[in-house]
Design a protein around this ligand. Structure first.
Ligand SMILES: Cc1cc2nc3c(=O)[nH]c(=O)nc-3n(C[C@H](O)[C@H](O)[C@H](O)COP(=O)(O)O)c2cc1C
Length: 224
């Protein structure tokens, strides 16, 4: 017997999509809803239980406009080129993703709330080894995903984006973020237009699963 209703939990886990074109830019998001979802992230795990996470919520229109400019500058020609080459190669799924990403880049300022998750990095050694990066990202991304799930459960949507980080320092200056705090993304948050999201098409588990040891035949270079 399962502890929770699996039809509900599994639906939440499999239908929490990257939402861009279905963000409702016209509907106000109450501050309390954001607070409630962020409250839930406090239960996410962190390395050594350090809880070095910080969240910046931006609702100020002028600041969202500026963040959107920084985002578009960071994107440069990446999204247009990605779209064109995916289309030329007949990769329908990739071209849909890039098309959707281009739409978001144009409209980012219109998302009523921007949420920037951050993590303290003031304790990091010079040139940290991979273990440290794993610990760092592992101490904020579970909380980010909790936030995304909590939003989805309440009829809101978002997408984790990272393109503004090309000019992270400009966003830091705009928002007064001190040195020693690393931004890890920007989540545009809004109610969704409809709530009927579906599981995405993904390659079968067996193409990426290794059991007891790495199986080079299963996961040859062609799979990357
Ligand atoms: C680390 C990371 C960075 C991402 N950066 C961006 C981004 O800068 N802009 C964007 O539109 N989407 C971004 N995405 C969203 C991905 O494109 C999206 O999660 C992926 O296409 C899967 O979407 P789906 O779950 O709806 O299938 C990012 C996702 C992750 C996990």
């Amino acid at each position: 017997m399962s502890v929770y209703d699996l039809s509900v939990t599994d639906a939440l886990l499999t239908t929490t999509r990257a939402v861009r074109k279905r963000l409702d830019f016209d509907r106000t998001v109450p501050d309390d809803v954001i607070r409630e979802c962020l409250e839930l992230t406090l239960q996410a795990p962190t390395g050594s239980n350090r809880q070095g996470w910080r969240w910046i919520v931006v609702t100020d229109r002028g600041k969202r406009e500026r963040l959107a400019e920084i985002y578009r500058k960071g994107a440069g020609t990446y999204l247009d080129q990605g779209y064109e080459s995916a289309k030329a190669a007949g990769e329908a799924q990739d071209s849909r993703v890039f098309d959707s990403a281009r739409y978001l880049a144009e409209r980012l300022q219109d998302a009523p709330v921007h949420v920037i998750p951050c993590i303290r990095v003031d304790h990091l050694p010079e040139n940290p080894p991979r273990r440290v990066w794993a610990g760092l990202m592992g101490s904020i991304m579970p909380a980010v995903w909790s936030f995304q799930l909590a939003l989805r459960a309440r009829g809101l949507g978002t997408v984790l984006t990272t393109l503004h980080l090309t000019h992270e320092e400009e966003a830091a200056e705009l928002l007064g973020v001190p040195d020693g705090i690393m931004q890890v993304g920007l989540l545009p948050v809004a109610y969704t237009l409809g709530t009927d999201f579906k599981p995405a098409k993904r390659p079968p588990l067996d193409t990426i699963l290794h059991w007891n040891r790495w199986d080079a035949e299963r996961d040859g270079p062609g799979n990357w």
